[in-house]
Write a protein that binds this ligand. Structure first.
Ligand SMILES: NC(=O)c1ccc[n+]([C@@H]2O[C@H](COP(=O)([O-])OP(=O)(O)OC[C@H]3O[C@@H](n4cnc5c(N)ncnc54)[C@H](O)[C@@H]3O)[C@@H](O)[C@H]2O)c1
Ligand SMILES: [Fe+2]
Length: 366
């Protein structure tokens, strides 16, 4: 028995950015974006086709945290009206911040209480979101959750509610042409990680697996070409589409061990999310091969019949993008890495992983 659900209406292709006005349909809207010159240009283009927003919230920084979100929610409360739509124009940090704003209610306090205690969902808001991703990685445009970081207490929270599925995802690969090499790599590796993590996952199902196999195969084939040809729209489109498919896959399974172990590394060593959740993929792969027939079959569709070679192939792929697959390269010490892995396996995402502690330790790599 399995089910698959995703309610997001998707528009994909060069130029779809200019059709956002058709989705807003004259409603009052709040634009959420970064305070950067490229995004000011994009905001002006949007205003030209969709009209003026009731408010613009642009204090979004990478990895939205309690402090910046408190300020964003305060600004949002000043202009929010009941029929308002939130338009999120940016990467995962912007889309996730938009999900927090959509849940806010006269400020951040009820969201914070819900994150910290799990209580008070009825007090949360539920504004509709139109998500326009400008990175190809997080898949947040088709998921129902937002990652929220409490940098002061060194904690990562997941705000997860059905109401947070954006109503629309507008994916225009042309908006991604200016992404620099490093960000292109780290964000695409986030997508690769979503795809693989949804395969070695207790919640995997035939639809998620199909999306994941497509996404992982495509990223491994296309990303090495894209990093040497960043302005190539066709390659950008293929990676953006693969990221979307990875998003659809893990929207129904959530992630697993590689993500679970990444959060403390991002918090402690400031490693960008996409690198933190992907450098351990070869080690996690080595520990899961042979654990489950369906998982093995899906991995063979990506890596070919000989799964013994898959670990080396994935390792080479990452090294070829100048990404080290050793935890020590990111500052992690031997005992700390063992402890982090053990803790991660019993964490919420780690419990989705179909492998075992024993096998992970057998394949331990630092
Ligand atoms: N909700 C989910 O399902 C989900 C999944 C994975 C990750 N996340 C979260 O998403 C966040 C990371 O998001 P991200 O990786 O998309 O990066 P990001 O949104 O943090 O942006 C990183 C940088 O990329 C730049 N940038 C974005 N688009 C650009 C473009 N088109 N051209 C030039 N520069 C551009 C921004 O200026 C910013 O400085 C993390 O907080 C992570 O935890 C959420
Ligand atoms: Fe991720």
């Amino acid at each position: 028995m399995w089910t698959f659900e995703n309610p997001v209406e998707i528009r994909f292709g060069k130029g779809v950015f200019d059709s956002v006005g058709d989705i807003i349909r004259g409603r009052s809207f709040c634009l959420v974006t970064y305070n950067e010159s490229y995004f000011k240009t994009l905001a002006n283009r949007l205003i030209g086709t969709a009209g003026k927003p009731a408010s613009i919230i642009n204090n979004i920084t990478p990895n939205p945290n309690f402090n910046t979100l408190t300020e964003s929610c305060r600004q949002f409360a000043d202009s929010a009206t009941e029929d308002m739509v939130i338009v999120a124009l940016g990467g995962g940090s912007v889309i996730d911040a938009a999900k927090v704003l959509a849940s806010s209610n006269s400020g951040f306090a009820p969201v914070r209480e819900y994150l910290e205690t799990g209580a008070g969902e009825k007090r949360l808001g539920a504004y509709p979101i139109i998500a326009i991703p400008t990175t190809a990685g997080t898949g947040s445009e088709v998921t129902r959750w937002a990652t929220v970081w409490d940098t002061k207490s060194q904690k990562k929270y997941s705000l997860s509610r059905h109401a947070l599925y954006p109503t629309h995802a507008v994916i225009d690969p042309e908006l991604m042409l200016e992404l620099p090499r490093e960000l292109t790599i780290s964000t695409a590796l986030d997508a690769l990680s979503h795809a693989l993590e949804s395969i070695w996952n207790r919640n995997s199902n035939p639809v998620s697996a199909n999306h994941a196999v497509f996404a992982a195969t495509e990223i491994m084939k296309t990303l090495p070409k894209l990093v040497n040809d960043l302005q190539n729209l066709e390659l950008r489109s293929r990676v953006a589409r693969a990221s979307l498919f990875a998003g659809l896959a893990f929207s129904n399974t959530r992630t697993a061990l590689a993500h679970s172990v990444s959060y403390p590394i991002t918090l402690k060593y400031q490693v960008p999310h996409g690198l933190a959740c992907s450098f351990s993929l070869p080690m996690v792969l080595a520990s899961v091969v042979g654990e489950d027939d369906t998982c093995d079959a899906n991995l063979r569709r990506i890596f070919g019949d000989d799964l013994d070679k898959a670990v080396t192939e994935l390792d080479r792929f990452l090294n070829g993008l100048d990404v080290s697959t050793k935890a020590s390269s990111y500052g992690v010490q031997v005992e700390e890495w063992k402890e982090l892995l053990t803790l991660a396996l019993s964490g919420e995402r780690g419990l989705n992983f179909i492998g075992t502690h024993e096998r992970v330790m057998e394949n331990f790599k630092i």
